[in-house]
Design a protein around this ligand. Structure first.
Ligand SMILES: C[S@@+](CC[C@H](N)C(=O)[O-])C[C@H]1O[C@@H](n2cnc3c(N)ncnc32)[C@H](O)[C@@H]1O
Length: 256
């Protein structure tokens, strides 16, 4: 077991916060354990994660906040709001993190528009929580990875097995498996963590491995989720939620 694995296993085991705070407290433990100094968050929204991290991690000297805070036509996810709402979210973010204004660098724009304001190899850590579609996660990992120093890490949210995490009118979520394929391509170790989190370790001397701390990823194939009959079932469940409950009840009684 290498040192990152020891640290992340300990952080996961020792975090016993309620579900809405679990990922935040776990990352605070991790960032304190590795004494991260320069970090970036991709996808900041209302600044909730940023404010907790800046409060909980004294070692952080520079916190890059990357978010366009504007409506994006090709971001088909529930977090895509109107320009007005995003304007309020940016004000809220500033208000919540004013106590750490000297550490905060606001980069307003899509990852592709602003990422090169960070130098290659500058970051100890980046937290990727922007556009979780296949397009979004591929752009973010490809563009953020060079910004991480050797021996640094990328963490991220929405690493879930279910591609149809949101309703089928939204684009599917592809953080899993894309982050795993990306780790394999660049020869990095990647960990699946509870709370829909992942951690990737950038280490020139290590090779790819996928370490699953959740027990959910023995089978990583996508076929079952993309098979037309499964999608039809999903559509029917969304259209007739009551009928679907009745069918599940009947099935349970019959199979008892
Ligand atoms: C799930 S929210 C982030 C939540 C936040 N990290 C937290 O934990 O409090 C997703 C954010 O990603 C941003 N986003 C969407 N597309 C983006 C892109 N191409 N580049 C950077 N951020 C993007 C959205 O504007 C939105 O604010």
């Amino acid at each position: 077991m290498n040192s990152t694995e020891q640290i992340i296993r300990r952080c996961v085991e020792e975090t016993d916060s309620p579900i809405d705070l679990w990922r935040i407290d776990m990352w605070i433990r991790f960032l304190n354990s590795v004494q991260a100094k320069h970090m970036a968050e991709v996808g900041v929204y209302t600044g909730r994660f940023a404010s907790y991290i800046l409060k909980g991690c004294e070692s952080i000297e520079k916190y890059y906040m990357i978010d366009p805070w504007r409506h994006l036509d090709n971001f088909n996810k529930p977090e895509n709001m109107s320009d007005d709402i995003f304007e309020d979210f940016l004000s809220e973010t500033k208000l919540k993190t004013d106590f750490a204004a000297e550490k905060r660098i606001i980069l307003r724009g899509k990852t592709t528009e602003v990422i090169d304001q960070i130098q290659d190899g500058e970051l100890d850590f980046a937290y990727i929580d922007g556009d979780h579609t296949l397009r979004g996660i591929s752009i973010d990992l490809v563009r953020v990875y060079p910004k991480i120093k050797a021996g640094g890490w990328i963490g991220g949210d929405d690493f879930v097995k279910n591609l149809w995490q949101h309703r089928s009118k939204f684009e599917p979520t592809f953080v899993f498996p894309f982050a795993v394929y990306f780790a394999e391509a660049v020869g990095a170790r990647i960990y699946a963590l509870p709370g829909a989190q992942f951690l990737m370790e950038k280490n020139i001397n290590s090779s790819f491995s996928f370490i699953d701390l959740t027990g959910k990823y023995q089978d990583t194939a996508l076929r079952d989720q993309l098979i037309p009959s499964r999608i039809l079932k999903l559509k029917l469940k969304e259209k007739f939620p009551f009928m679907s409950k009745v069918f599940s009840g009947v099935k349970r009684i019959v199979l008892k």
